[in-house]
Design a protein around this ligand. Structure first.
Ligand SMILES: [Zn+2]
Length: 136
């Protein structure tokens, strides 16, 4: 029955999943409420659109839709990956600040770090060899 028709692609499948997800809350919303009408209306529209796409003979238009969809999907994926990375690096920085004190060599401005909680330290700069006292 899909002969010569476009068939289900990733976008149509995503639309069907989306419609199913939207239909779940309607099971818990009382009959006759506006929210229920909106949700079931949306579910129906999305399902009809997904079916129209599947039975379409206009492959070029459907493929360009799929292309746009995969582009958006990639952007969303990249957004979450970035959010996850910044969360992780933020946590690492917090650990770093808790364990080490960051100092600057007064002679060459080289950034140095010393372990915290060691009292008064005699710090030797790794770049210029300058020695100075610091509290950790
Ligand atoms: Zn130095």
């Amino acid at each position: 029955m899909f002969h010569g028709r476009y068939g289900l692609d990733a976008l149509s499948r995503a639309m069907i999943w989306c419609a199913l997800a939207l239909s779940v809350p309607t099971l818990f919303i009382q009959h006759g409420s506006a929210a229920r009408y909106v949700l079931s209306g949306l579910t129906t529209v999305i399902l009809i659109l997904a079916l129209l796409r599947a039975f379409s003979r206009n492959f070029a238009a459907r493929q360009s839709e799929l292309y746009r969809f995969s582009h958006i999907e990639r952007n969303i994926g990249a957004f979450f990956a970035r959010a996850r990375d910044s969360l992780r690096s933020g946590r690492n920085e917090f650990e770093e600040r808790r364990k080490y004190k960051h100092l600057t060599c007064p002679q060459c401005m080289q950034k140095l770090r010393v372990p915290r909680g060691k009292g008064k330290l005699r710090v030797t700069c790794t770049r210029c060899g300058n020695k100075f006292n610091a509290k950790s």
